[in-house]
Design a protein around this ligand. Structure first.
Ligand SMILES: Nc1ncnc2c1ncn2[C@@H]1O[C@H](COP(=O)(O)OP(=O)(O)OP(=O)(O)O)[C@@H](O)[C@H]1O
Ligand SMILES: Nc1ccn([C@H]2C[C@H](O)[C@@H](COP(=O)(O)O)O2)c(=O)n1
Length: 207
């Protein structure tokens, strides 16, 4: 089935895209591709190479096309054979990613395949901030960031993602919106599982 069917999950920061996609990939034995991590990997390597994402757009694009970005295991990312999973979450990456996500040549290089089922995952800002805050606390045990700061970071990223000129974050016309503000992870995975079965049924009826 994985060769015939693709699911694309988009949505704002901390809406649960990766968590949901990983569970669906396991469930359906699909290959898991994290496009956000691909943009993060290009950003990491650009920063390491001393490139300014605003000024050196061509060099960043050339660098992007030279990188071998892989997902060796669920939730891990490697660039040119080296694990960079943890580095992708560095603050320096988050700060520099805006112009890289807006770079048309980089977007072209990382072009995604046309998906069959598009999901736009949303949750209100407070729910997303609470989830990310909990995640930070679990990972770092001591986090200096308050819930209010996490919420402000998410709001700032929402604004940047939605207002950039190149490929701004917005729901595709043929996508299905799923609001997970009041859903558990299992509930959101099941909801998408149902949509997959519905889509497959529709496809079978059309054949
Ligand atoms: N329905 C839910 N209920 C509670 N926690 C959730 C739910 N969905 C996701 N989470 C948690 O919210 C956090 C953010 O989820 P995740 O990292 O999957 O979001 P994302 O959309 O991929 O984020 P980003 O765009 O920043 O990479 C994780 O800690 C995840 O476990
Ligand atoms: N298809 C995509 C995926 C991600 N981006 C941008 C949006 C974020 O600013 C950045 C990192 O994404 P995350 O890992 O936090 O999901 O990359 C995009 O423009 N297009």
């Amino acid at each position: 089935m994985s060769r015939l069917f693709r699911i694309a999950i988009d949505g704002p920061a901390a809406s649960g895209k990766s968590t949901t996609a990983k569970q669906l990939a396991t469930l359906f034995r699909f290959r898991y591709i994290d496009s956000g991590a691909m943009f993060r990997a290009v950003t990491l390597k650009s920063v390491e190479a001393g490139l300014d994402p605003e000024k050196h757009k061509d060099q960043v694009a050339t660098l992007a096309s030279s990188l071998d970005i892989q997902f060796p295991e669920l939730g891990t990312v490697s660039v040119n054979g080296l694990d960079v999973t943890d580095q992708l979450r560095q603050e320096s990456v988050a700060r520099a990613i805006g112009p890289i996500a807006s770079n048309p040549q980089v977007r072209h290089t990382l072009a995604e395949h046309q998906p069959e089922l598009k999901i736009f995952l949303v949750a209100n800002v407070r729910a997303r901030a609470q989830r990310r805050f909990r995640e930070l606390q679990q990972k770092q045990q001591h986090t200096d960031e308050t819930l209010e700061q996490v919420m402000a970071d998410i709001e700032a990223r929402d604004l940047a993602d939605r207002t950039r000129t190149i490929s701004p974050l917005k729901m595709a016309d043929d996508a299905v919106e799923l609001d997970t503000s009041h859903l558990s992870i299992d509930q959101q995975v099941s909801a998408i599982q149902k949509l997959v079965y519905q889509k497959l049924e529709q496809q079978q009826q059309q054949q």
